[in-house]
Design a protein around this ligand. Structure first.
Ligand code: AP5
Length: 214
């Protein structure tokens, strides 16, 4: 099964992707993670993406689409989850063209519905491991030892773009450029909306129910 997880910053796409990977062994394609890795390695892609990410703006479509094409081409038939892509209507159109060229199909697009105040709370309190990428929250999911990852002992830090002014810019970018993508999948008849509030496990149960087609 090939899936697209859709929603604003902080909706829980990365958290739910991790559950799906654990349970179904799918390949997780997060353009945000791929860009962060490229930034930390200072690759040409990272150099191009950094200023946009730091400002909470979207990386240009041609850069992002090229990156996803490369990853999809290397999957060798493994099922995948797209997280954070597509984020503009031109990206969604390019994805359709890529999938058809590669004879692949998207089975479902799932949109997580979370009120704006909750998104801001989730993002300002989020912490991530700088080594393995595990995601924490200072209130709802703290690491056992402050600043140390439970999984790998790496440093648990705040993402640079989780500062309030950058969060505001990311939410604006979502409203302006990404929200129309939801309409795009809705018109195609492949969109399912699920409530993204409640505990992470409750959201995962809803997600599983929706994937079973109930
Ligand atoms: P990206 O990394 O994709 O960021 P995002 O979409 O803003 O999504 P987030 O990672 O912030 O949120 P999430 O929905 O994954 O939430 P999470 O599960 O972590 O992109 C970063 C940047 O890269 C972009 O700004 C842009 O510059 C660039 N970029 C990426 N893709 C691009 C594209 N396609 N085109 C152009 N540019 C692109 O959860 C958040 C927090 O909430 C965590 O602390 C978690 O513990 C907590 N939480 C999760 N679920 C729950 C719950 N049910 N209850 C309570 N807390 C919860």
């Amino acid at each position: 099964m090939n899936l697209l997880l859709f929603g604003p910053p902080g909706a829980g796409k990365g958290t739910q992707s991790a559950f799906l990977v654990e349970q179904m062994g799918m390949h997780h394609i997060s353009t945000g993670n791929l860009f962060r890795e490229a930034v930390s390695k200072k690759t040409p892609l990272g150099v191009k993406a950094k200023a946009f990410m730091d400002a909470g703006q979207l990386v240009p479509d041609e850069v992002t689409i090229g990156l996803v094409e490369e990853v999809l081409a290397g999957l060798g038939g493994k099922s995948f989850i797209l997280d954070g892509f597509p984020r503009t209507v031109p990206q969604a159109e390019a994805l359709d063209a890529l999938l058809s060229k590669m004879k692949l199909k998207l089975d479902k697009a799932v949109s997580f519905e979370v009120p704006r105040e909750a998104l801001t709370r989730r993002l300002t309190g989020r912490r991530v491991c700088d080594k393995c990428g595990a995601v924490y929250h200072v209130d709802s999911k703290p690491s056992k030892m402050a600043g140390v990852c439970d999984n790998c002992g790496g440093a648990v830090v705040q993402r640079k773009d989780d500062q309030e002014d950058v969060i505001r810019a990311r939410l604006e970018a979502y409203d302006k450029s990404t929200a129309p993508v939801k309409e795009y999948y809705s018109k195609k008849g492949s969109l399912t909306e699920i409530q993204g509030t409640g505990t992470e496990k409750e959201v995962f149960e809803r997600l599983q129910t929706s994937l079973r087609g109930n």
